[in-house]
Write a new protein. Structure first.
Length: 402
């Protein structure tokens, strides 16, 4: 194997020289010096710029120990050729500006000044244990940042609720915009995602910071209840949205109440609110130009409603209606499910979907309609399963009728 490694290049050189002679290569005059001649196959270009290693390849004729061909690199002897053949030299590890020349005793065959750019730096390599440690620290850092942003979203939600006083879907645009920005720049602003979620949930779940005033407008044949959300300045908050941008996105009307000596309480959605009674719509006026609500209460009517317990009866009646509405909705859903189930069973039994002729289809549809009608007529008249029934010991919600 070693003999092949030694004799291989020599054998190739002889073959190459034979091929050159066979092709009768024309050697330029500037590459001759008496009987000595060279032919450069690969040589740096003068003023060229390279990266990495360089190769010098040349063929030499009539070189002898007393008349050799030398390769000079930056003025120093790099290689000496004292016999004929084909030679290849690879210049490695060069950086910056250099000069190379192929010379003999009497002539400079070729020379060039060139620039070698350093190779690109290798990517930084870190041990796997260090990588896992960095990953753990980064995970902890992100966790603390997200916990902090979540904690920041809670006071933001409370602050927004205090500003709007009442719950409004328009206010949710603020945390929604935070979520959008966090998703848009997820790589750097990921902490906005938990902050936006905490902001929105806190705003929805926080209590309303408004004092409610109930106004019962009573006239012949009509009773209407109006709830006004009031702030600390006795302004009614009538709406929140972008169309009220002139008043900082909140529609406020000043409330003026006269003769509100006697008031009573009313429970609405689990909240006890203070109420006044008004006789007719002429005593409840809304002035859109002056942004003013004028209320002229009737103390006598308020006192009558308070002493006659009519408001308590109305509350019980409303609760009774809400409970009955809930039972009706559950019964309706159960009834619809029962009808759909019966229809599917009848269609499956009569094989309606596998009929091939129109006459047979009409006949089976008629039979299915008749069977479904009989099942509905024969259904028990009691409560539908799943609708829910009040306990037997429960008292009537509405109380006795007055």
């Amino acid at each position: 194997m070693r003999k092949l490694l030694v004799l291989g290049p020599l054998f190739l050189s002889f073959i190459f020289i034979a091929a050159v002679y066979a092709l009768q290569v024309e050697v330029p005059p500037n590459w001759r010096a008496g009987s000595l001649a060279v032919y450069l196959f690969s040589f740096p270009e003068d003023g060229g710029e390279y990266r990495g290693s360089l190769t010098i390849a040349l063929a030499v004729w009539n070189a002898r120990p007393e008349d050799p061909v030398r390769i000079l690199l930056d003025g120093e002897e790099y290689a000496v050729i004292d016999h004929e053949g084909y030679f290849t030299y690879t210049l490695k590890g060069l950086r910056g500006s250099h000069h190379v020349a192929v010379v003999c005793r009497y002539r400079i065959f070729a020379q060039a000044a060139f620039w070698v750019r350093p190779p690109p730096p290798r990517p930084a390599m870190i041990p796997l244990s260090d990588f896992y440690e960095r990953l753990r620290r980064e995970r902890e850092r992100m966790t603390w940042i997200m916990v902090g942003s979540t904690a920041l979203g809670v006071p933001l939600g409370i602050w927004t609720k205090k500003k709007t006083r009442i719950r409004s879907e328009w206010a949710l645009l603020l945390p929604a915009s935070t979520l959008f920005i966090g998703l848009w720049r997820l790589d750097s602003l990921y902490m906005l995602l938990p902050m936006g979620v905490a902001w929105a949930l806190t705003y929805v779940l926080a209590r309303e910071y408004a004092n409610y005033l109930g106004v019962f407008i009573i006239q012949v044949g009509l009773v209407e209840k109006i709830e006004l959300a009031l702030d600390e300045g006795n302004y009614a908050i009538l709406g929140v949205g972008p169309r009220y941008w002139r008043s900082w996105f909140i529609k406020r009307y000043k409330v003026e109440i006269r003769e509100a000596r006697d008031t009573f309480t009313f429970t609405s959605k689990g909240v006890v609110i203070r109420c006044v009674a008004v006789r007719g719509y002429e005593n409840y006026q809304v002035d859109d130009e002056k942004k003013l609500i004028r209320i002229r209460a009737d103390p006598a009517l308020s006192k009558v409603l308070k002493e006659s317990e009519a408001v308590e009866w109305l509350q019980n009646k409303v609760a009774d209606l809400e409970f009955k509405t809930l039972l009706t909705e559950r019964a309706l859903r159960a009834l619809v499910a029962h009808v759909i189930g019966s229809f599917e069973r009848i269609v499956r039994d009569l094989l309606v979907d596998k009929v091939k002729t129109p006459e047979e289809l009409r006949r089976r549809i008629a039979a299915a309609k008749e069977r479904l009608r009989r099942e509905l007529e024969e259904a028990p008249a009691g409560p539908v399963e799943g609708a829910g029934t009040p306990p037997a010991s429960a008292e009537p919600i509405g109380g006795e009728t007055r």
